[in-house]
Design a protein around this ligand. Structure first.
Ligand code: UD1
Length: 436
């Protein structure tokens, strides 16, 4: 298994290209199941999760072609990134079973459920795995499809769904916001008979990106970007070309990397409009984020980092996917901050690792009380999920001595060429291949 070794203490200077958003690219790839024609997705990031989903889609009969390399070399200089281009064509769905071996690797695989039932009238999808950050059930996905007329049974760890006469429009009201359930049902509703209303829908930029792609494929969707989506089902959808939006979580992570190292970074391709809550929290912490003609420039406003209280919330709130990184930043800020996690009950697994690096953090009642320390110390640490891993990298960038981050495969699921991007800006970071 690979490890990442970091010697901390160097300010990051220069520019980092922000890739296409993983959490947009995954549902967009799944949307190709909704049409027999070709869907072309540009700016696809080069990540392990993308390869896992590509493997699953090919089981269903999707033919995938990938062109281009992505990254700096495809940077067009105008703030856009050409990235890699993926062409997905599914003239025929050859298999409606999503097997355990593939689905367990990544929770987003459950997104194939709605599109398969909508197009084929049936699906058999393993219950998902994914990051170990809480129970993460899929009851909202299932209940929504039942409301749309599917008959669903759980058999031997599989969700078995049948709708022999197709899905029908329904009025669905989520008791709480779910990104995945909104995406699954929005895709299913695009091919259902009649109109579907989704109340309390998630409003994440990745949902709007998916909705825009579905529009380009011939879907009829109103209320994009709001908590109430109205989808008028169509008999069929067609091919389209769509650009994946930039990854706001990658951008937020590198913004915090600039802040924690007292560096000065330009995040090329990053969009301020997707990062509202992050920019305002970081602003309170003393981090300046200004638009440039290529993206965003990030540095400390006056050399200091102040403690701020943060609570995660569905978009437009502060993203849970940046909570761990924020905790690393607050570990070296002046004062005490309270970080409250409201989305995933178990998302504090980075805390014991940060403690091993000398952080002062106390957990209780779904919140972490972080008292800033003068400095962190390098240590061997274990990444337990994707964003926890990146928080340990951030801590390592500022810690005295060497930090060894184990289980780097988590990072590879969601950060493209992380160590290259950081080294190019002056960090002392290297990957140790196949460490014992
Ligand atoms: C997506 C993101 C993930 C992010 C999360 C919250 C992708 C591929 N992943 O995950 O990075 O952290 O949104 O912003 O886009 N829940 C249920 N029943 C359900 C569905 C969800 O109880 O049927 C719960 C979950 O356990 C969790 C909360 O609802 O506590 C939010 O989950 P959800 O928004 O669905 O997250 P994901 O789509 O899995």
């Amino acid at each position: 298994m690979d490890r990442i070794a970091i010697r901390g203490g160097r300010p990051l200077m220069g520019s980092i290209p922000i890739g296409g958003a993983k959490n947009a690219a995954l549902p967009l790839m799944v949307a190709s199941l909704l049409t027999a024609e070709t869907l072309v997705l540009r700016n696809i990031p080069h990540l392990a999760d993308i390869s896992t989903l590509a493997e699953l889609l090919s089981v269903h009969g999707v033919r995938l072609v990938l062109n281009g390399h992505g990254g700096e070399e495809n940077f067009d200089g105008g703030g856009g990134v050409a990235g890699r281009v993926m062409e997905l064509s599914t003239p025929v769905i050859t298999d409606t079973t999503a097997p355990y071996d593939l689905v367990r690797k990544m929770r987003a695989s459950v997104l194939v459920l709605g599109p398969l039932v909508a197009r084929m009238g049936q699906a058999r999808v393993s219950l998902p795995g994914g990051c170990a950050i809480g129970a993460r059930p899929v009851d909202l996905h299932i209940k929504g499809l039942e409301q749309m007329g599917a008959v669903i049974d759980l058999v031997d760890g599989y969700i078995v769904a049948n709708a022999p006469h197709g899905l029908k429009g329904a009025e669905i009201r989520f008791p709480f916001v779910s990104v995945g359930a909104t995406e699954n049902l929005m895709m299913a509703a695009s091919l259902a008979h009649g109109t579907t209303m989704i109340e309390n829908a998630a409003r994440e930029p990745e949902i709007s990106d998916l909705a825009k792609c579905l529009l380009a494929m011939g879907a009829k969707i109103d209320g994009i970007g709001t908590g109430r989506l109205v989808i008028e089902g169509q008999p069929r959808l067609h091919g389209a070309v769509h650009d994946v939006l930039p990854d706001r979580i990658e951008a937020g992570t590198y913004a915090m990397a600039a802040a924690i190292t007292n560096g000065d970074l330009e995040l090329t391709g990053a969009r301020a409009e997707d990062l509202g809550a992050v920019i305002s929290v970081l602003g309170e912490a003393g981090v300046s984020i200004e638009p440039t003609n290529r993206g965003l420039r990030v540095r400390r406003a006056n050399g200091h980092l102040n403690a701020v209280d943060v609570s995660t919330a569905p978009y437009p709130g502060f993203p849970t996917d940046l909570q761990a990184q924020m905790m690393s930043l607050m570990s070296v800020a002046e004062g005490a901050s309270r970080l409250t996690e409201t989305i995933f009950e178990n998302r504090f697994m980075h805390v014991p690792e940060l403690l091993r690096m000398g952080a002062d953090i106390r957990l209780g009642g779904g919140a972490a009380l972080v008292r800033g320390v003068d400095h962190l110390k390098g240590a061997p640490v274990m990444a337990t999920d994707l964003r926890a891993s990146s928080s340990l990298v951030l801590a390592g960038l500022v810690a005295q001595g060497e930090t060894l981050v184990n289980r780097v495969y988590h990072l590879d699921r969601g950060y493209e060429r992380l160590e290259e991007k950081l080294s190019a800006c002056g960090a002392d970071v290297r990957r140790i291949k196949n460490a014992a």
